[in-house]
Design a protein. Structure first.
Length: 127
């Protein structure tokens, strides 16, 4: 299995150094394109795991929409987290997905990646 996420930066009119930006915060507050709803999570569980030589276990529940999984995978890539194992399920418009995420080169994810993921997930939860 192979997947790819790309980000393209146009820095011609940048008022700030591109590497100093908090891209997750920026993505979280950016409006979704017309006709496309943002990801909405009802719940999530995030915990360290010994599986795959050290990984993060993530279980999410949310409202399904076109592009839901792609948006999640893009967010993971933003944090240099990569799914080592995925179980994807959708029932009656509700997503119930599980992931084991590793870092670059199948390494155990660094603490800052876990913290970034936690912040991003919190911003997606709607009660």
């Amino acid at each position: 299995m192979r997947w790819l996420a790309e980000f393209e930066l146009d820095c011609k009119e940048a008022r700030q150094e591109p590497l100093a930006l908090d891209y997750l915060e920026l993505a979280a507050r950016t409006q979704a394109p017309a006709g496309r709803r943002p990801i909405v999570l009802h719940s999530y569980t995030l915990a360290p795991s010994e599986k795959h030589g050290g990984s993060l276990y993530l279980e999410i529940g949310g409202s399904d929409r076109v592009g839901f999984l792609g948006s999640l995978l893009t967010g993971f890539a933003f944090l240099s987290l990569f799914p080592e194992e995925m179980k994807i399920a959708t029932r009656a418009g509700t997503v119930h997905d599980r992931f084991f995420l590793t870092g670059i080169g199948r390494t155990s994810p660094p603490a800052h990646a876990q913290q970034g993921l936690e912040r991003w997930l919190r911003s997606l939860v709607r009660q």
